[in-house]
Design a protein around this ligand. Structure first.
Ligand code: NI
Length: 239
């Protein structure tokens, strides 16, 4: 067994074996980090896809490394990429919603919200079956009205390498690996070849440092955070 396979196996065992443990523990004064048994765990997330030329190679690379991730999809980009979406779910990735047209979830009417979120949820349900499809608001922006309508947890992020900015693979890899810690949710975009290269290098680098990868849902569960509808999560703790 090569080292990559061994690492992936150890991560899988750690995910299976660890009971939902402490991590983000709610106390009177807020959320407190406490020691966690097992390897450090992080969630890689990808927004704005799917895009056939980049999402496919990303899925290939994640499969090779046995690293699960979370994809927040733009509904209008699903048509023609249905096989990629089915593949995400079949390969153990979490699939979520990033609105239908990549719009701010702010100032929308109820029908406007339904056209952005409900329509994408219906599309995912028709492709993947009934399930919880968590929401990532574009730009991390939303108002209290949208929060009350979303019907599930809102997933933000704690590490943002701004991979869209200059598509500089070395800089993006460093921006993640130099700032990441246990419980983080990493924001990337599967729209650019440079992001795919950077993401896979991040996976290799962090596996080499003993990190394991999880979907956002697995990460929260492992750290004992119970997701609530309408609450936002930047990392494995409620914000
Ligand atoms: Ni986006």
């Amino acid at each position: 067994m090569d080292k990559r396979k061994l690492t992936a196996l150890l991560c899988m065992l750690a995910l299976l074996a660890a009971l939902p443990g402490p991590g983000g523990v709610e106390q009177a004064g807020g959320w407190t980090e406490v020691a966690v048994d097992g390897p450090p765990l992080v969630a890689l997330t990808f927004d704005d896809g799917p895009r056939s030329s980049t999402t496919g190679p990303l899925l290939d690379g994640l499969a090779l490394r046995e690293a699960p991730a979370t994809f927040f999809l733009v509904g209008s980009r699903i048509r023609g990429n249905e096989d990629l979406v089915r593949r995400m779910a079949a390969e153990g990735h979490q699939v979520g919603i990033h609105t239908y047209d990549h719009v701010e979830l702010k100032g929308l009417t109820r029908s406007g919200f339904d056209l952005q979120v409900g329509k994408t949820r219906a599309l995912l349900t028709s492709l993947l079956g009934e399930g919880e499809y968590w929401l990532r608001p574009p730009y991390g922006i939303l108002d209290e009205q949208a929060r009350s309508w979303c019907g599930g947890p809102l997933i933000l992020w704690s590490v943002d390498p701004e991979d869209w900015k200059d598509e500089d693979v070395d800089r993006v890899v460093a921006a993640v690996t130099e700032h990441v810690s246990d419980g983080d949710i990493i924001l990337m975009h599967d729209l650019f070849p440079s992001s795919v290269d950077a993401a896979l290098r991040v996976v290799d680098a962090l596996l080499g440092k003993g990190y394991c990868f999880a979907t956002v849902e697995q990460l929260l569960a492992q750290r004992g955070v119970a997701p609530e509808a309408g609450a936002s999560y930047r990392r494995a703790a409620k914000n």
